[in-house]
Write a protein that binds this ligand. Structure first.
Ligand code: HAM
Length: 425
């Protein structure tokens, strides 16, 4: 194979500007929101011991069974590329035992070997938070509020919040038996896959998007009607909190999510402009047993993950979060090369202005064309004469103002005044 045909692997993407400008905006706003809600950045390795995920998610989850990228490293260890962010956070918590409550946010690539299609990739990226050490529906509502705000900062409006309770180790087993008994009488009506596999994890039938299984589960027992007293109270407080915060929601009894670690509150934010089979822009929930499953101390936890690519597909469909046009404060058109020009560029950048220059011997015309492409507001033209006279020609590019000359020592100040005035208009 010729190396010229090298491409990013199927289901993965390069993100170039101006597309990456939208990522910058969402990530920047999310980092700010995280600060406002008291979350600190956590960075964990993208490779983990594969057992973290097989234990954490349960062997029956699709991610472990069909989608995980697992490999043996040169030292014979079985590692996995992280398919999501939560398990790594809990692993880091168990390893470092930070003081509780521990509230962290992250931005991570996640890898799942899925059939690539719009909004479903083999490498996607999530922004998310996890809060460990607090078991309170007030926190659950706050986390949901934060997820909704994040999605709204991207300008999405045609969205719906789905909530459910998955119960706990007290009430879930009884519910699962009820569901199993109901489904046992419906096997013939299920989709091809669940006709064979429904009994492995009956809860997954609720999540099945086929019309056959949907018809079957229409009349299935609903977990929200079989919660123990503690889970019921917790779910009632969650709904009251959402109501008080002015966050509309729909109770969706089919919402069981794809990982076994969830307990009590689960939620998803779906976009109505996306195809129903992958319309979740973000999702999350409580996982009060996960730390213990991973041999850590009993520690409640809750969090969410939002898929950046999925969010942007929804933005495209809604026409929100437009690509930005290029912009740059200052372009230095240099017709001579002198270290003084580098010093000036450094001074301007230290003063907070974005500055680009050509570095090469190009004609003034070619340089100004490039400045135009960059969206530069101003060009500073420096030739032999200007260098000798210690001045620069100040040429406004985005307005019809005449060019003028500024003394070298006043350039930073003059540029500041001029740009401020121009940006106000
Ligand atoms: P998840 O629902 O599997 O949850 O993923 C979160 C979000 O990541 C989804 O809502 C979707 O936007 C995006 N996503 C998932 N898979 C793909 C894919 N193949 N291609 C593109 N986007 C995708 C979790 O991962 C949990 N860790 C969330 C959580 C945090 N629960 C508690 N804390």
């Amino acid at each position: 194979m010729s190396l010229e045909s090298l491409r990013s692997p199927a289901g993965t993407h390069d993100v170039l500007w101006p597309q990456s400008g939208r990522w910058e905006k969402i990530i920047g706003e999310f980092a700010n929101l995280a600060r406002l809600y008291g979350y600190k950045l956590l960075i964990t390795p993208v490779i983990e011991d594969a057992r973290l995920f097989s234990r954490g998610f349960g062997d029956s989850s699709d991610v472990v069974g069909k989608e995980m990228y697992v490999f043996e490293d040169r030292g014979g260890r079985t590692l996995a590329l992280r398919p999501e962010g939560t398990a790594s956070v809990v692993r880091a918590y168990i390893q470092h035992r930070p003081v509780l409550p521990w509230k962290v946010w992250y931005l991570t690539p996640a890898f799942r070997y899925e059939r690539p299609q719009a909004g479903r990739y083999r490498q996607h990226h999530q922004i998310g938070v996890e809060a460990l050490g607090v078991d309170s529906p007030e926190l659950d509502a706050e986390i949901i509020d934060m997820a909704m705000r994040t999605i709204r900062t991207a300008g999405l409006s045609d969205i719906e919040l789905l909530v459910n309770s998955m119960g706990c180790e007290v009430c879930r087993p009884t519910y699962e038996e009820l569901l199993r008994a109901y489904l046992a009488g419906q096997v013939e009506s299920m989709c091809g896959y669940h006709h064979e596999h429904w009994n492995e994890v009956p809860l997954r039938v609720l999540d099945c998007k086929t019309s056959e299984c949907k018809a079957v589960t229409d009349l299935a027992p609903r977990i929200s009607e079989h919660l123990c007293a503690d889970c019921r109270v917790s779910f009632d407080i969650l709904k009251a909190e959402l109501h008080a915060l002015g966050i509309p929601y729909t109770v969706e009894y089919r919402l069981v999510r794809g990982f076994d670690y969830y307990t009590r509150t689960t939620f998803e934010i779906i976009s109505h402009v996306l195809n129903a089979s992958q319309n979740a822009v973000g999702g999350g929930g409580r996982y009060n047993g996960l730390s213990e499953v991973l041999s850590g101390p009993p520690t409640p936890g809750i969090g969410f993950g939002i898929g950046l690519e999925r969010l942007l597909v929804a933005c495209d469909a809604e026409g929100s979060l437009q690509m930005q046009s290029p912009s740059m404060d200052i372009y230095i058109a240099e017709l001579v090369h002198d270290a003084e020009v580098s010093v000036l560029a450094g001074q301007l950048r230290r003063a907070g202005y974005s500055v680009e220059r050509s570095y090469e011997n190009k004609s003034l015309k070619a340089q100004l064309r490039y400045a135009d492409r960059l969206g530069a507001c101003v060009a500073l033209i420096i030739g032999e004469r200007e260098l000798a006279a210690r001045e620069v020609v100040f040429k406004p590019l985005l307005s019809s103002d005449e060019q003028f000359t500024v003394g070298w020592d006043h350039v930073v100040q003059e540029a500041g005044k001029w740009l401020e005035r121009w940006k106000k208009h």
